[in-house]
Ligand binder design. Structure first.
Ligand code: NAP
Length: 241
C-alpha cells in the first residue's frame, strides 16, 4: 500500500489532503493554520533541510513524496527532489500554471526586491500582494510613497504603510473597492496562478494600472508534474485503488 507524504501550505494541497486516508501524512511549514478536520495525519514544522526530510521519509516508510507547495516556495521544492532521490522514492508535484498577460494588461516583470524598489520609484500608492516581505522594509519607504500591504500578518503597519491581514479567495467587487478606497496606482504581485487571487489582475486591467510581477523561481524537475490539484488527485486515486 502506497504511503504518501504531501508537502502543502496551499489551497491546492489542502484540497488534496482532504481526500487522503489515515495512512498518509500532510506536512505544513507551521506558519499558518493547521487543519484539525482531516482524515490523514498532519504534521507542522521544518524537517531540517533535505537530509532531515530524507530521514523523515525513511522513519515513516514513505513511498511517494508529493510537492504541492507554493510555486515561490523554492527551497522546500529543492529539498523535496533531493530527499526523494536520496531515498529512492518518486517525487510528484502540483505546479499551477502561471497567469498569462491578456490584452489591456501592463505587466512588468521584476527579478528581485532590489529591482522592484527601482521599478516602484515613479509610483506613490502601491498595493503589495506578495506575502510578508514588504514588512521587513517598512522603514525604507520613500517620502513620496504610502504602501498598502496585504498579507497573512496582523502587523500594525507604520506612518507610511497600512497592513491588511486578509486571506483569499478575493472577489472582483472586493478588489475593486480595495483599489479605489486606497487610490492604488500600481499592483505588486507574485505570479501565483490559480483562481483564488486572480481578481486583482482583472481590476488592475480595468483601471489601467501596471502590475509589477515578481519572477517565478526555477523549480526542479520531478517524476510527474500536474497542472491542477484535480489531475494530481486522479493519479493518486489510480495508484491507491
Ligand atoms: P521555502 O522558502 O521553500 O521553505 C523554507 C523552509 O520551510 C523549508 O526549507 C522547510 O524547512 C520549511 N517548509 C516549507 N514548506 C514546508 C512543508 N510543507 N512542510 C514542512 N516544512 C516546510 O518556503 P516559503 O516560501 O517560506 O513558504 C513556506 C510555506 O508557505 C510553504 O509550505 C508554502 O507552500 C507556503 N506558501 C508560500 C507562499 C510563498 O509565496 N512563498 C505563498 C503561500 C503559501 P526545513 O528545511 O527545515 O525542512
Amino acid at each position: 500500500m502506497t504511503r504518501i507524504l504531501l508537502l502543502g501550505g496551499t489551497g491546492d494541497a489542502l484540497s488534496i489532503a482532504r481526500h487522503l486516508g489515515p495512512r498518509h501524512i500532510y506536512s505544513l511549514a507551521g506558519l499558518g493554520r493547521v487543519p484539525a478536520d482531516l482524515a490523514c495525519a498532519v504534521r507542522a514544522g521544518g524537517f531540517g533541510g533535505a537530509e532531515g526530510l530524507a530521514r523523515f521519509i525513511a522513519s515513516e516508510r514513505i513511498d511517494l513524496l508529493i510537492d504541492a507547495t507554493h510555486p515561490y516556495a523554492a527551497q522546500i521544492s529543492a529539498n523535496a527532489i533531493a530527499a526523494s532521490r536520496a531515498s529512492g522514492i518518486a517525487c510528484w508535484a502540483a505546479r499551477r500554471p502561471a497567469w498569462q498577460a491578456r490584452a489591456g494588461d501592463d505587466w512588468r516583470e521584476v527579478a528581485d526586491w532590489a529591482s522592484l524598489v527601482t521599478a516602484l520609484e515613479r509610483f506613490s500608492r502601491p498595493l503589495f500582494t506578495l506575502g510578508r516581505e514588504p514588512l521587513a522594509h517598512l522603514d525604507q519607504i520613500p517620502a513620496s510613497q504610502y504602501w498598502i500591504v496585504r498579507c497573512l500578518d496582523a502587523h500594525r503597519g507604520s506612518a507610511r504603510a497600512r497592513v491588511l491581514d486578509a486571506r483569499g479567495p478575493f472577489t472582483t467587487e472586493g478588489e475593486r473597492a480595495l483599489f479605489l478606497a486606497h487610490a492604488i496606482d500600481v499592483l505588486v504581485s507574485k505570479n501565483s496562478g490559480g483562481r483564488a487571487t486572480e481578481a486583482k489582475l482583472d481590476i488592475a486591467r480595468e483601471l489601467g494600472l501596471p502590475v509589477l510581477m515578481l519572477r517565478r523561481p526555477a523549480l526542479p524537475e520531478v517524476d510527474r508534474e500536474f497542472g491542477s490539484a484535480d489531475a494530481l488527485l486522479n493519479a493518486i486515486q489510480t495508484i491507491c485503488r
